[in-house]
Design a binder for this molecule. Structure first.
Ligand SMILES: Cc1cc2nc3c(=O)[nH]c(=O)nc-3n(C[C@H](O)[C@H](O)[C@H](O)COP(=O)(O)OP(=O)(O)OC[C@H]3O[C@@H](n4cnc5c(N)ncnc54)[C@H](O)[C@@H]3O)c2cc1C
Length: 288
């Protein structure tokens, strides 16, 4: 339970952090909240030679609005997102998701960027960012690039981040018109991680028909995903009970649901169906 020896640097700026990583892209690792990386180091699953601590770069923690977008700095903590009064008004899925994470200590230190970069199969943020069709801004030695969330999440604990790159910002289009959102989660009783987590972002037209549905699912497969068959089964409908009940049966389409001591594959898929229905109904009830 003691990490292997490593060096530590706390750069004052993002440019310095990128330069430090560029010196040793394979041996150096970014440290943010440390709530996934430090346990992995203690178990010797990760043995970086250098930790580049970005949590001390003040300019990387923010929640801002720019035009029709919400911009979130990568080291913004779960607690900062949970407690943002502005987000509760303009994109309540984000604080609702943040509130469901771990316990107060985890939320005070853990960051949204760390969670997205780590991409735990039971992490909560990937589901919310997928449902909101977010974009991620990555910066590295070759400059900056923007990646859609769907393309960022590659596989179990694997993202599109290349050696030496840092996730700098998360961009979410501000929900507009008649929208409703909800996050439903079955937390693991010990860790709080999602056995199943379902994020829903609905937009209705003036007649109450579903214009668009974003549904992000975590905990079910080896990686978080968008439940596209459910999304398309809802589009254009009035989200009546029968339509929703039929649509949610597709939430595990194309997925081989995880099985562990806590939930078998069939039970996990059943939980996903039930909680997708509940999340859609909760989001619909919140449409303004
Ligand atoms: C007891 C406990 C309970 C938890 N419960 C939950 C839960 O219910 N739901 C949930 O979603 N999570 C949970 N977590 C995980 C928690 O949310 C972590 O904070 C999160 O997964 C990682 O964020 P971090 O800022 O701590 O990242 P770190 O641990 O510092 O880093 C994680 C990984 O991401 C990389 N990284 C970090 N930031 C960046 C960046 N900006 N750019 C590039 N790479 C980066 C690091 O190099 C490392 O590989 C729990 C953790 C603990 C210890």
């Amino acid at each position: 339970m003691i990490p292997a020896q490593f060096d530590y640097q706390a750069p004052a700026t993002l440019d310095e952090a990128v330069a430090l990583l560029a010196n040793d892209p394979d041996g150096a690792k970014v440290l943010a909240g440390g709530h996934s990386l430090i346990p992995a180091m203690k178990l010797r699953l990760a043995q970086p030679q250098l930790l580049v601590d970005i949590a001390r770069i003040k300019s990387l923690a923010y929640i801002r609005e720019e035009g029709d977008q919400i911009l979130i700095g990568a080291t913004t903590t779960h607690y900062q997102l949970e407690s943002s009064e502005r987000l509760k008004q303009i994109c309540p899925l984000l604080p609702e998701c943040a509130r469901s994470i771990g316990d107060v200590q985890v939320r005070n230190k853990g960051t949204i960027g760390g969670s997205l970069a780590h991409f735990d199969p039971a992490g909560d943020w990937p589901a919310a960012v997928l449902a909101l069709d977010g974009e991620l801004v990555l910066v590295g030695p070759n400059g900056e690039r923007t990646v859609k969330a769907e393309n960022f999440f590659v596989n179990l604990l694997t993202t599109d981040l290349q050696p030496g790159e840092i996730l700098r910002e998360i961009r979410i289009k501000k929900p507009s018109g008649r929208f409703g959102q909800a996050y439903q989660k079955v937390p693991h009783p010990a860790s709080g991680f999602a056995v199943v987590g379902i994020a829903v972002n609905l937009t209705l037209d003036g007649n109450g028909a579903c214009q668009s549905a974003g549904i992000g699912v975590t905990g079910v497969g080896v990686k978080a995903y968008r439940a596209k068959s459910v999304e398309s089964a809802l589009a254009g409908t009035t989200l009546d009970d029968n339509t929703v009940a039929t649509a949610v049966m597709h939430v595990c389409d194309g997925i081989d649901p995880n099985a562990d001591l806590y939930a078998s594959s069939d039970y996990r898929c059943h939980l996903a169906q039930v909680h997708t229905r509940r999340a859609i109904q909760a989001a619909k009830a919140r449409v303004q």
